[in-house]
Ligand binder design. Structure first.
Ligand SMILES: [Zn+2]
Ligand SMILES: [Zn+2]
Length: 764
């Protein structure tokens, strides 16, 4: 067999390419390269990716092999490329072979990608045959994950299977020189999906559906719009009455809405957009980007009490047209009622959104996988993902360690994602949501089945939270029982820290600071303000915030004032505080409840500490969505205030305990002195950050560990994250934070997966 070293001037090689290489124009790209270097041979897709054979002069083959990874198409992600020499056959010409779907599937399905510049130009060109056609796409853009039913990524395996290509589209599809060569969702007004505008009674409205929808939106109507990964509800973002109507009908009182704007220029009118923000806004992933908002531009009710606004640019041709026709920034929020999952089938949308939407902008391309918009925040020159869904999922994330056996990780109860892992990669699902309700649980099981089919991962290990009542935990335990898999329970905050380690490729040991709302502790109490001395495989609870009663359990989560009563239940005179007076007799009842310990489990939750402070400062007594009080407290804080409240750290039973009650008492003292709430909120944030630093210093003194991993949903609080990272860096620690995986419970599944694998490795 010829090898690199022989002098044979002629060479034939087999090239195997793995990664995201299907449905991204890879075969035409290889075809073009082969023609450029005058090589013969063929290229095809199979279940492992792309397989090519090329033959020609030795130097030309070498040039081809150099250009292959270097010039790969924009949407491709070449993760592995292997070259094997074959005996030359004297072939001529180059052809593209049909797909072979047999064999194990190692190919990857790419995430949905925003409309590219070339397609956009056609969309707005009156002379183009796809002028104003809302489904224009090519190999460089368009729907992917949300329309794929199975692999390989071929039209027959997508929701475009029911649309036969017309003559001109078929020509483009089969022409290797065309931008649409083997673009699976390719179509045109003659052969592809069509739009229609339907009123709330089900009657189809005549005329151009887009122009009709735009007219309704300008008149203040609520329009349900079928997008890429589900239905959105749209209203004019500049209209206070329209926004209020949407809030009332959707039963969403305060949670901020995201806004879609037509262009970067429009984005700059509403928010401060720096270079990192611009990169995120215009990336093909097109997430919602949280930005500092300017004073005017949208109705206050879009994001009440919030200094940030979530903006996104159009990512489908339909959105581009709708924004252009309406000429207004649009609220675009998930098509659901309060906490239900986003509606993604037509029947479901018509049923569930009937009382909310005045009209429905529909089309007949089915959505196979629901995928909410992703959310990111620019932070220190990069983007931090807070919800990883459309545009990101199911792109596998490489990790630094091998999975000895394939793992399914079932995630947490809220902001649930599931994760499948094998080899050296984790596949984290789209955002599934709160699996407490039946509808979301169905979405959860569908996601598990769909991803294991797409990525051909059959789990041998199933990882889950320790909370016995989580729906995801019950699913995991039942699956392990029925399918004979090994079940591995992973403590909630350990999973948070492990997800941060996976995000950074660091195995530990680290000091893990995990601050969140609620997590089941190994002692059966509710944890949430944790300092863990952690490796991937294991952890020791080195410290925590001082536990306080959670009076009334879940009621305390919905009513932050109860946490104020809990923190102050031993303080005489607390009933004279404004927060107590607002509650009347209920304050004393809750104080008694906290004192008695009845229905008042102990918690070290950092989220509940924020709740107490928010209530004391009059920011919020009750919440309508998770984390609301803490978010509004952050928004209230004066970022320029330099003061900090003290919080002593003491050792109790071998663990460090942060006296978070001291922070609360300092808040009360300053507040009673008449200090501005903005100043008090800032001093509280800074005081907590300093307490984190002191605790980490003490743990480091004992252990020599100088790396700190920061995770948990509370660190979605930018002010706390900034202060904490600065304090830790100032103390000389190496600080690990999240980038690709959310710090909140959306990252739990990936954390569970890497913990399970580490235990697997140490057991073998
Ligand atoms: Zn395109
Ligand atoms: Zn066509």
């Amino acid at each position: 067999m010829p090898s690199e070293d022989t002098a044979d001037p002629w060479r034939r090689v087999e090239v195997r390419v793995e990664g995201i290489v299907q449905g991204v124009g890879f075969r035409p790209f290889v075809h073009g390269l082969a023609e450029r270097f005058a090589l013969s041979g063929q290229v095809g897709n199979d279940s492992a990716g792309v397989l090519a054979e090329v033959e020609g002069p030795r130097e030309s083959v070498a040039s081809f092999l150099r250009a292959l990874p270097a010039e790969a198409p924009a949407l491709a992600d070449v993760q592995h490329c292997s070259v094997t020499d074959r005996p030359p056959r004297g072939t001529s010409g180059f052809r593209i072979a049909h797909s072979d779907s047999s064999g194990p599937r190692r190919t990857l399905v790419s995430a949905d990608a925003a409309t590219c510049a070339a397609c956009l130009a056609e969309l707005f060109d009156p002379h183009d045959r796809r002028y104003r056609y809302p489904f224009v796409n090519c190999t460089g853009c368009g729907p992917r994950y949300t329309i794929v039913r199975d692999v390989p990524y071929d039209r027959g395996n997508t929701t475009m299977a029911g649309f036969d290509l017309c003559e001109p589209c078929a020509r483009e599809y089969h022409d290797p020189a065309d931008r649409r060569y083997h673009a699976q969702p390719v179509c045109c007004p003659d052969c592809g999906p069509t739009l229609r505008l339907v009123d709330s009674g089900g009657a189809v409205r005549g005329g151009d559906p887009l122009a009709g929808a735009a007219e309704l939106l300008r008149a203040g109507a609520v329009v349900a719009v079928k997008g890429l990964g589900g239905y959105h509800l749209a209203v004019d973002a500049t209209s206070a009455p329209a926004t209020a109507r949407l809030r009332a009908r959707k039963h969403r009182e305060d949670k901020p809405f995201a806004v879609m704007v037509a262009s970067l220029a429009d984005a700059r009118r509403l928010c401060a957009v720096d270079d990192p923000a611009e990169r995120l806004l215009t990336s093909r992933r097109r997430p919602i980007v949280l930005l500092d908002r300017r004073r005017a531009g949208v109705a206050d009710a879009v994001a009440p009490g919030n200094r940030e606004l979530g903006l996104m640019l159009p990512y489908t041709p339909l959105h581009h047209l709708l924004l252009a026709d309406t000429g207004l920034p649009l609220v675009l929020t998930s098509g659901n009622v309060s906490d239900e999952p986003i509606a993604f089938t037509d029947g479901d949308a018509r049923g569930r959104l009937a009382g909310i939407a005045d009209a429905f902008l529909l089309h007949d391309r089915p959505i196979h996988v629901r995928a909410d918009d992703s959310v990111v925040r620019p932070w220190r020159g990069d983007g931090v993902v807070l919800r990883r869904s459309r545009g990101y999922a199911p792109e596998p994330l490489p990790v630094a360690w091998e999975f000895p056996r394939p793992v399914l990780a079932c995630g947490a109860e809220q902001k649930n994602t599931v994760c499948l892992a094998s080899g050296r990669r984790v596949v984290v699902s789209h955002h599934i949501g709160d699996v407490g309700n039946a509808e979301t649980l169905t979405a959860f099981t569908q996601a598990v089945e769909h991803l294991s089919r797409l990525f051909d991962i059959t789990p041998a290990v199933v990882a889950h939270d320790l909370h016995p009542d989580y729906a995801a935990t019950r699913y995991a335990v039942e699956l392990a029982d029925s399918a004979g898999l090994d079940a591995i329970g992973v403590q909630h905050h350990h999973a948070h820290i492990a997800s941060c380690l996976a995000d950074n490729g660091v195995a530990g040991p680290v000091i893990g600071v995990a601050f969140d709302g609620t997590g089941y502790g190994t002692d059966g109490t509710v944890w949430g303000g944790e300092f863990l001395l952690a490796t991937l495989a294991d952890f020791e609870r080195a410290g925590h915030l001082a536990p306080v009663p959670l009076p009334g359990g879940a009621a305390a989560v919905r009513q932050p004032w109860r946490m104020a009563a809990s923190y102050l239940h031993r303080d005489p005179g607390s009933e004279r505080l404004a927060v107590a007076r607002r509650q009347g007799g209920r304050w004393d009842q809750v104080v008694s409840l906290a004192r008695s310990g009845v229905n008042s489990p102990l918690t070290s939750s950092a989220g509940r500490l924020f709740d107490a402070v928010a209530a004391i400062l009059g920011v919020r007594d009750t919440v309508t969505y998770e984390g609301q009080a803490a978010i509004e407290l952050e928004q209230r804080a004066d970022p320029h205030e330099g003061g900090a409240y003290p919080a002593p750290v003491a050792e109790r039973e071998g663990r460090l305990v942060v006296d978070s009650g001291a922070l609360v008492r300092a808040v009360v003292d300053d507040h009673c002195r008449g200090t501005d709430a903005a100043v008090v909120a800032a001093r509280f944030h800074r005081g907590l950050a300093k307490a984190v630093r002191r605790t980490c210093d003490l743990i480091a003194e004992r252990t020599g560990v100088r790396t700190v991993a920061v995770s948990g949903g509370v660190f979605a609080n930018r002010l706390l994250l900034d202060r904490t990272v600065d304090e830790l860096a100032d103390a000389g620690f190496t600080v690990l934070t999240h980038r690709r995986l959310p710090c909140n419970d959306g990252g739990i599944s990936a954390g569970q997966a890497v913990v399970a694998a580490a235990r697997d490795r140490s057991a073998s």
